[in-house]
Design a protein around this ligand. Structure first.
Ligand SMILES: Cc1cc2nc3c(=O)[nH]c(=O)nc-3n(C[C@H](O)[C@H](O)[C@H](O)COP(=O)(O)OP(=O)(O)OC[C@H]3O[C@@H](n4cnc5c(N)ncnc54)[C@H](O)[C@@H]3O)c2cc1C
Length: 369
């Protein structure tokens, strides 16, 4: 059994050996380098650093939660390459591991984790985003297939993906959230039409619309129980949340450095800067408290607070960085990217308004307004 410090130190050395020598000098270029990011994913899988708590054959080293969190933090602090298609390893893979049949795990997991096959998440629809349970895409049993008709939107990188965890209504008579199933859709199937959405921001994570017209999905591609898709989705989002706060915290720290570099002399910025420093620290402390609860097997109510605090703080910090730079900030492409990227953070994985509702009702026990 490797101790915490040995595992973390080994990861740090491994990362340094993996990165090109001029990585930090030319980070602005490397952050968009998809071949490098693909190589990183494959190497992290083979080295056991991709999912540190999982066994070796699934890209991990069977480490504990504490080590896994420190490894993620060290990687983020050192600007480790971003996985080129995060929703596969970050969201779909935990769902397949938890709910998949042995045959599904055997077929899908390793190509996904190595990055050989990309996965999309087919949850949102034009009339069902925050209210995911209202989705209308239908999957009807027809012999040994599900026949699927419907329309998904905001499906990140669907046009580059091979597979999709597709949520569809399999029992229209059941209460909304009890009639949904999760199906593994081959995006190359007849009847699937994928249309990328033109992006207004700098991003390689293109949104798509996915139209499904009489698409056949074999019964063996059901993930989890029939009408059990709600739990598959909740579990997937839980894994997404575990990652989000660390990513947010590191980018907030980078934003704070940018404010201090550009606006060190401007005392008008100090009150907001002080408030942001405190919020960044609160986010980190809450992350460790969540870890403590998980290690003790206690119910951990922190995820919703961290999602809200992390995403709102992220937006505030990059707006302050722009104010610190002054009028010249509009011509800085890196700053523009950070500001645009921060805008999305209060939407994906649960919007801020919805997070506030959850915190008010479930954590604080306030009555519905
Ligand atoms: C970067 C990014 C990547 C994404 N990737 C994917 C993906 O790969 N697959 C996928 O399926 N989806 C994806 N999404 C979509 C995302 O899950 C939805 O945008 C999100 O669930 C919100 O849904 P919506 O956009 O339909 O907004 P709506 O739910 O229509 O909300 C519109 C506004 O109303 C507010 N609102 C809604 N309900 C309430 C309420 N009860 N109380 C108070 N206010 C409310 C919201 O906060 C928001 O301000 C992605 C989104 C982003 C930004």
């Amino acid at each position: 059994m490797t101790t915490k410090s040995e595992a973390v130190a080994e990861f740090v050395d491994w990362l340094a050996a993996f990165l090109p020598q001029d990585y930090y000098e030319n980070y602005r270029r490397y952050r968009w380098d998809i071949p490098l990011r693909r190589d990183y994913q494959r190497a992290a899988f083979e080295g056991g650093w991709l999912q540190p708590t999982w066994p070796r054959e699934h890209g991990g080293r069977s480490l504990g939660l504490r080590d896994a969190m420190e490894i993620r933090i060290e990687g983020a602090l050192r600007s480790a390459p971003k996985l080129p298609s995060i929703q596969g390893p970050g969201v779909a893979a935990p769902g397949i591991r938890q709910f998949g049949t042995p045959a599904q795990i055997e077929r899908f997991l390793v190509p996904l984790l190595r990055g050989d096959e990309w996965w999309a998440l087919g949850m949102s629809e034009p009339e069902a985003g925050s209210d995911f349970a209202s989705l209308r895409t239908r999957a009807e049993r027809d012999g040994d297939v599900f026949r699927v008709n419907g329309h998904k939107i905001w499906t990140t990188q669907a046009h580059e993906s091979r597979w999709c965890t597709l949520y569809a209504r399999t029992d229209p008579d059941a209460p909304k959230h009890r009639g949904i199933s999760c199906l593994i859709l081959d995006l190359h199937s007849p009847g699937v039409r994928i249309e990328p959405i033109r992006m207004a921001s700098i991003s390689d994570e293109t949104f798509c619309e996915v139209f499904l017209d009489d698409v056949e999905i074999p019964l063996e591609n059901l993930l989890g129980p029939v009408n059990g898709g709600w739990n598959v989705a909740l579990s997937s989002l839980h894994h997404e949340r575990q990652m989000i706060w660390i990513m947010n915290w590191v980018v907030i720290k980078r934003g704070l450095d940018a404010v201090r570099t550009a606006g060190a002399e401007d005392s008008d910025l100090y009150p907001e800067l002080g408030s942001l420093l405190a919020d960044a620290e609160a986010l980190r402390a809450t992350g460790y408290r969540a870890l403590g609860n998980e290690l003790a097997g206690r119910n951990s109510p922190e995820a919703d607070i961290m999602k809200l605090l992390g995403s709102v703080t992220l937006q505030r910090v990059w707006e302050l960085a722009a104010a610190a730079q002054g009028p010249g900030s509009a011509g800085d492409p890196d700053l523009l990217f950070e500001r645009q990227d921060a805008l999305a953070a209060t939407i994906y994985g649960g919007t801020s308004e919805v997070q506030r509702n959850i915190i008010a009702e479930r954590l604080l026990g306030l009555p519905k307004g």
